[in-house]
Design a protein. Sequence first.
Length: 143
Amino acid sequence: MSESNQGVGIVIVSHSRPLGRAAADLASQMLPGPDTPPIEVAAGLDDTTLGTDAAAVSAAIEKIGSCDGILVLVDLGSAILSAEMALEFLDPEIASKVKISTAPLVEGAVVAAVMASTGAELEVVAAEAEKALEPKISQISND
């Protein structure tokens, strides 16, 4: 996304660093070019150890803290806890712009990136990301 339009940024929180990076790469590659929103990854304790770290989540959010809104996508239960704890570490001004999403990680990341690239506001990006499984559900249930 261009410097003049901060829009919505995305943080992916996953227990697995390779999974988090892959989700971010997939979302980014769907939108090559200047309108790709900033996407940060806070995943794994290192390249091989599974886990989440609230400090890493906080740092990822801070990296894109100048965005108008920040959508945090999480994979499993304790990733939610880490994301919630990360909000406590943040400057209140940044924390107030963050929404932790119930969207599925991979599909949600792709939809969120597409919506953010259009300049949509945080609530719209979040709502669309949370509906990201609907096409899959519809397609599979119709087979």
